[in-house]
Design a binder for this molecule. Structure first.
Ligand code: PEP
Ligand code: CO
Length: 463
């Protein structure tokens, strides 16, 4: 594993914060969305333990992702960031990790083959547990209970006792992340992600569907290309890029005590890295320029993302660029717009223009999920496939019109055959939502909808 130097622990979350950045300097800033642990001593003990545990990712890997995203910022690569809205302690198995990876690999193949552009793959996985909430409480029948904040904080069962924040959950999240990452590393480096396996990623329930067959056709073309290369004497047996893939991990840098405790100083460079994931993003609810979340991420050298919702002004975007990437390093900053299908064509252009004029090198991504969520008649949160696709189409149109590179997409999906988002190729109807609605938080595209979306995005990339 590259760059796995000796890595020192960050200071304690209780240490005094000065003006200078330190892993704990966020503590002197205003922080929203953080839980209040009922037992502070128990939380301190958890942070102490986390600081002694091995890093989940390494500085050298994070630097490699910065370089890859630099290619995206330069218009030479596309990024696919995908995974759960919220990972779950309950739905945790080798099969579900494998199936999610399969869908991401399939989408990446469709995008790469369809567009001829390298695809940087980032999972919302192995650490995507903490959730920001629009409301601190949730109504259950006649009573109000504290909101679910992700399994790293409390439980989703709708009873008050389950919603009490429990710091020991941070250790469970760490260990689940470590086990997930271990399996992902085995799958992506140990033969499963080999391009010669391209057929085996097509799950049975997918293979018989229209988009499954469309995928099979690409897989067959890839097989033929590999056979052709072998016949020409190209040695494909040696260690080559077709045998392994890089899948980077990411999550929202929300639960700052946890992130601080996972922050280590790289012995090679002396720089600080948040070793809980390769890529960290700041969410739409926590990107206050002077706030705690922005303060924390400014000091770690991981590649960063920042969500941009409909109320974002050009001035704000430029402040974000200056604060998160003052050195203008390509690949350091990804801006993730999530405007909604109806608004993207009017709200995104001023932001893209302002960034372009400033000369800041950013990688752009479209999150077509979070601006298109609504509550269905049956009371379930959902999204319509047409809106998801519509926002991506608008995003491409805006970037194309302004001569800017539509660098990637950021989607919530699962490898399972769930019924959480409406429409799409299987045309999921409102009354079908309850059939297999299993998400711990927001509605995800199922495997068929995800592959279909990849074909649509590949078409847009080709245009
Ligand atoms: C998310 O990505 O799950 C999320 C909560 O996004 P946003 O901050 O854009 O609402
Ligand atoms: Co979400």
């Amino acid at each position: 594993m590259s760059g796995a130097g000796e890595q020192k622990s960050a200071g304690s979350p209780s240490q005094a914060a000065g003006e200078e950045w330190s892993p704990s300097s966020w503590q002197s800033r205003e922080a929203t969305q953080l839980p209040e642990w009922p037992d502070e001593d128990a939380a301190r003990e958890v942070y102490r333990q986390l600081r002694t545990l091995p890093p989940l990712v390494f500085a050298g890997e994070a630097r490699r992702l910065v370089r890859a995203l630099g290619q995206v910022a330069a218009g030479q690569a596309f990024v696919l960031q995908a995974g759960d809205c919220a990972e779950s302690f309950d739905d945790f198995s080798a099969d579900s990790i494998r199936d999610k990876l399969k869908v991401i690999l399939q989408m990446a193949v469709v995008l790469t083959y369809g567009s001829g552009v390298p695809v940087v793959k980032i999972g919302r996985i192995a650490g995507q547990f903490a959730k920001p909430r629009s409301s601190p409480v949730e109504r259950v029948g006649e009573v109000e209970i504290p909101a679910f904040r992700g399994h790293i904080v409390n439980d989703d069962i709708p009873v008050p006792a389950a919603r009490v924040p429990d710091p020991s959950r941070m250790l469970t999240a760490y260990h689940q992340s470590a086990a997930t990452l271990n399996l992902l590393r085995a799958f992506t480096k140990g033969g499963f992600a080999d391009l010669s396996q391209v057929h085996s990623w097509n799950q049975q329930f997918l293979a018989s569907s229209a988009e499954g067959r469309r995928y099979e056709a690409i897989a067959e073309e890839i097989d033929r290309a590999l056979r052709f290369m072998r016949a020409c004497g190209v040695d494909l047996t040696s260690d080559s890029p077709i045998h392994q893939v890089d899948l980077f991990t990411s999550h929202e840098a929300l639960l700052l005590g946890y992130e601080e405790a996972m922050t280590r100083q790289d012995s090679l460079t002396g720089d600080w890295y948040d070793c809980s994931a390769h890529f960290l993003w700041v969410g739409e609810r926590t990107h206050q320029i002077e706030g705690a979340h922005v303060e924390f991420v400014t000091g770690v050298k991981n590649p960063l993302g920042c969500k941009l919702g409909p109320s974002t002004t050009p001035e704000k975007v430029l402040e974000i660029c200056e604060r998160l990437n003052p050195d203008r390093l390509p690949g350091r900053l990804t801006l993730i717009s999530r405007m909604g299908a109806a608004s993207v064509r009017s709200l995104l252009p001023p932001l893209v223009k302002a960034v372009k004029e400033s000369g800041h090198p950013v990688a752009w991504q479209c999150d077509p999920m979070h601006g298109n969520t609504f509550v269905s008649e049956s009371g379930r949160k959902t999204r319509h496939f047409d809106d998801v696709l519509g926002e991506i189409q608008g995003y491409f149109a805006v970037h194309r019109a302004l001569g800017s590179w539509p660098g990637g997409v950021h989607v919530e999906l699962t490898g399972d055959d769930v019924t959480e988002c409406l429409g799409g190729i299987g045309d999921i109807l409102e009354e079908q939502l309850p059939l297999r609605y299993t998400t711990a938080c927001d509605p995800r595209l199922n495997a068929r909808q995800s592959i279909d979306l990849a074909f649509r995005v590949a078409e847009l990339l080709r245009e």
